[in-house]
Design a binder for this molecule. Sequence first.
Ligand SMILES: CC(C)(COP(=O)(O)OP(=O)(O)OC[C@H]1O[C@@H](n2cnc3c(N)ncnc32)[C@H](O)[C@@H]1OP(=O)(O)O)[C@@H](O)C(=O)NCCC(=O)NCCS
Length: 329
Amino acid sequence: MATGVRYPAPGEHRTGDSLRQMHHVEVKRRMGEADIAEVSVLLAEVAAADRHRPLGEHKWLDLVHGGRTGFAGFVARDRTSGRLVGYAQLSQGHHTWGVEVVVAPGNRDPDAAVGADLLRAALDEVGRQGGGHVHLWVPQPTPVTDTMATSSGLVQGRDLLQMRIALPVPATAIGDAPPLTTRPFRPGQDEAAWLAVNNRAFANHPEQGGWTIDTLREREAEAWFDAEGFLLYERDGQLAGSCWTKVHSDCDPELGEIYVISVDPSLHGHGLGRALTIAGLDHLARRGITVGMLYVDAANRAAVHLYQSIGFALDHVDRAYTGDVAPSR
Ligand SMILES: CC(C)(COP(=O)(O)OP(=O)(O)OC[C@H]1O[C@@H](n2cnc3c(N)ncnc32)[C@H](O)[C@@H]1OP(=O)(O)O)[C@@H](O)C(=O)NCCC(=O)NCCS
């Protein structure tokens, strides 16, 4: 791990001169039903406090479906009451490990003691599993989460922007281009073509690239999946691009997400990305959704420019911290 910084030993928390054993961290390679139920309560508590649902969707699916290579859950409990005070999750992505740390609202202190212990346990596990590049995603970063990340030897990396737009999009933002003729995704038939274009378009993307048929089928099996909102655009019988939308019915107001959008790299720069985004937003607006939303990497200049020009504005930032962990055996 790229660190020379000293941090307290696991489960220890300095308060003045005393060193108290506040919590302990347990590693779980597979989460049982009771663990998942307990973590779900923690996630709901944190979502209500932060107005942001922790544990991104990829990680939530890893937790629920379990068993993926490299998966580990880390459970921090109060030593006295046994209560869950934090949870971290490790998963292995394309070229990189992903970690997310969730700390109960009542257990956040300026030293980030619970979070730092969870994070260190996760980084140790990466070392045990052969080491590698690590991303820690922090939604709505604060000085406390900065402390947690940097005290564990990670450095600030990518910022992910959540952008939003009021729907329907005004005609002035759409311009004169005729609407694109799309068709819904056909489960069981379109997977191979979609994966080929997606993986070409996101060739260098740590989470969105390198999808397999299993990654896609898992999403298709989710309750929110709606093939009618997964729009494909073909040219000369070949898939040229797609706009996959996702409705977050658990938000108030409901959010309509541009979930994955990609254009075959051989066709970039010809207005397809713009037309597909508008087609997706139009689909959402026709379903009665009044707020469109998406996540975009701040460094993805083409996409940020595209979304801003349509009228999307920044809602908040999620921050990645990164580091390289050496193998420990
Ligand atoms: C983002 C993406 C969908 C855009 O598709 P596209 O068909 O190339 O986009 P368009 O031709 O419609 O261009 C849209 C706007 O972006 C601009 N743009 C395109 N490439 C750009 C670049 N490299 N840098 C800056 N602006 C760029 C265009 O000039 C255009 O702006 P304008 O309408 O003001 O002239 C496409 O680049 C892609 O598939 N990228 C890989 C996957 C991805 O990053 N998806 C988005 C994740 S949130």
